[in-house]
Write a protein that binds this ligand. Structure first.
Ligand SMILES: [Zn+2]
Ligand SMILES: [Zn+2]
Length: 140
């Protein structure tokens, strides 16, 4: 399915109209690999000349999260960050507690160990969040 169709499907499910603005919000999320909060996404859209209200941007992001097109990250600082889930494979995050820099990592050994733990208890893994809070190279 194309990215536009995914958006249309999600909006329809939520009873929302497909609009050019919402398409541009989705495009903006798809075009970035960063982990940004809703305000940063809103400001970057404004900078590109997209005339969407803050409410529309926030609401659209919520819909995208709910429909699993966007991943919401809770870094424990009260500010959710978002990243698109379309072309990103599974990964976990390193977060600098000082400057907020976020690095992605993926380690097959850790993935396997997590699966083993779950299986050894007779459970079934649904999803996991693995975050390492660090001081980055510049902040040490
Ligand atoms: Zn740092
Ligand atoms: Zn990420």
């Amino acid at each position: 399915m194309t990215e536009s169709n995914l958006l249309k499907k999600a909006l329809k499910k939520e009873g929302l109209r497909y609009t050019q603005q919402r398409q541009l919000i989705w495009d903006e999320l798809c075009s970035s690999e960063e982990h940004r909060d809703a305000e940063e996404i809103y400001l970057s859209l404004r900078k590109e000349g997209v005339n969407a209200s803050r409410a529309t941007v926030y609401r659209t992001i919520d819909v995208l999260v709910k429909n699993k097109l966007v991943r919401k990250l809770d870094l424990g600082d009260g500010k959710a960050r978002y990243e698109n889930k379309i072309d990103s494979t599974h990964h976990d995050h390193l977060i600098c507690v000082k400057c907020g820099k976020i690095e992605e990592f993926m380690n097959d050994k850790i993935e396997a160990i997590q699966d083993d733990i779950v299986k050894s208890l007779g459970f079934k893994m649904i999803r996991h969040i693995h975050q390492l809070f660090v001081l980055c190279d510049k902040c040490q």
